[in-house]
Design a protein around this ligand. Structure first.
Ligand SMILES: Cc1ncc(COP(=O)(O)O)c(C=O)c1O
Length: 390
């Protein structure tokens, strides 16, 4: 058997930090242990029935059995524009300011291929969603990390960044509500970001994956609600989390027309377009999903409250949980992130994600996914409490 050599771009892809954790978890489950898995970001609840039924109906339409039009059906782009108008009071032109994506992970990887050349600098949150690095590595670009610290509510501090990094950066990734820190952003922060981006000619990509999951008085801020956002960037929104549609692979980018055009160009070459029936079901979700989204938000809020109360009862305090379905918890004194996550896995059979897997600045924290029923979250805390580490 010939073992073919991989292209340099493929060899540059970062290792999957969490692959090891997944393996260890599976081993424990295979050994018959009752594992509470709060380590991953895969929504545990089903897609609402009305969306599944829309797919079932649409799957019988012959027009969807053909290739969908390049760049997607106008009906979905129009539904996306209506959704943003209703949810955020933001106006976008469905013809030039919306691109349909195969899940936002795909768009987040593609954008680096669209805008970066080898050696270009990119500003990346640390800690942050690891897949930003995939596109950056494929493009041969260089990541410059923006530390997200508790004392700054996990927002990057542009004042403290090297002037040369800002001058040279071509792209910036942001994500609020944030994975993994569960922090949210303010309008003032996005306004400042736009100013910085204009001054330094940086394209901003705001990853709004958890846009519908927020626990403060007002719903999470869209980047496009800030004046001038479209001039400097795009927002990516996925149906994976808002409507429990992670397996469906449907998301969209909206904003700056030149960036939208670039995303559509690369997708023309990779894919043609999403299965038309999925596009129809996505339209149904966006048009009629308000109640389902609100219900899901209440579910996560209840889980968050249950978890934080149970954690407090065992002396585990200081977590952040403003939005997303994560809680970002500090580790007890004397432990690093990985050592603590290993302890919980091995001794309590509770899986959490070590914070340093999301970047250096994540050291000292673990990420808890609120992706199980409240009684299981309580039980996880009780098992951790029994270790007497707090
Ligand atoms: C911050 C963030 N962005 C993007 C994604 C990707 O979502 P999808 O590819 O399902 O749209 C995820 C998924 O976990 C995420 O946590």
């Amino acid at each position: 058997m010939i073992e073919f050599e991989y292209a340099a771009a493929l060899k540059r892809l970062p290792e999957q930090f969490f692959a090891q954790l997944v393996k260890k978890t599976q081993n424990l489950i295979q050994q018959g242990h009752d594992v509470i898995n709060l380590g991953q970001g895969n929504p545990d609840l089903p897609t609402p029935d009305f969306i599944v039924e829309a797919l079932q109906r649409a799957a019988t339409h012959r027009k969807f059995h053909k290739y969908a039009p390049f760049q997607g059906f106008p009906f979905l782009k129009e539904a996306i524009a209506d959704f943003y108008q209703r949810e955020y009071g933001v106006e976008v032109d469905p013809k030039t300011e919306v691109a349909i994506l195969f899940g936002s992970k795909t768009g987040l990887v593609e954008i680096s291929q669209c805008l970066l050349n080898a050696g270009d600098k990119v500003l990346v949150p640390d800690p942050g969603y690891p897949d930003y690095m995939s596109g950056i590595s494929l493009a041969g670009a260089e990541a410059v990390y923006m530390p997200l610290k508790a004392e700054r509510q996990f927002l990057p501090n542009y004042q403290q960044m090297a002037a040369t990094d800002l001058e040279q950066a071509k792209l910036m990734f942001l994500n609020y509500p944030n994975n993994p820190t569960a922090a949210t952003a303010t309008k003032a922060f996005f306004d400042e970001t736009i100013e910085v981006a204009k001054r330094h000619h940086i394209c901003v990509v705001h990853d709004f994956a958890y846009g519908s999951i927020g626990f403060e008085d007002s719903k999470p801020q869209s980047f496009l609600q800030s004046e001038g956002a479209k001039e400097v960037g795009v927002e990516m929104y996925t149906l994976s989390k808002s409507f429990n549609m992670a397996g469906w692979r449907v998301a969209f980018a909206i904003g700056n027309p030149s960036v939208i055009k670039a995303l559509e160009l690369i997708q023309d070459h990779y894919y043609v377009s999403l299965f038309g029936a999925i596009q129809m079901a996505a339209k149904e979700a966006l048009d009629h999903g308000q109640t389902a989204m609100e219900q899901l938000n209440r579910t996560y809020r209840e889980r968050r409250d249950t978890f934080l109360q149970a954690a407090e009862a065992i002396g585990w305090k200081g977590g952040t949980a403003q939005g997303s379905f994560f809680v970002w918890m500090p580790v007890p004194k004397g432990y690093g992130s990985e050592a603590f996550a290993d302890l919980l896995l091995e001794e309590a059979h509770v899986v959490v994600a070590p914070g340093n897997g999301f970047g250096e600045t994540g050291e000292g924290f673990v990420r808890i996914g609120l992706l199980d029923e409240p009684h299981r979250l309580q039980e996880a805390c009780q098992r951790v409490g029994a270790l007497s580490v707090f």
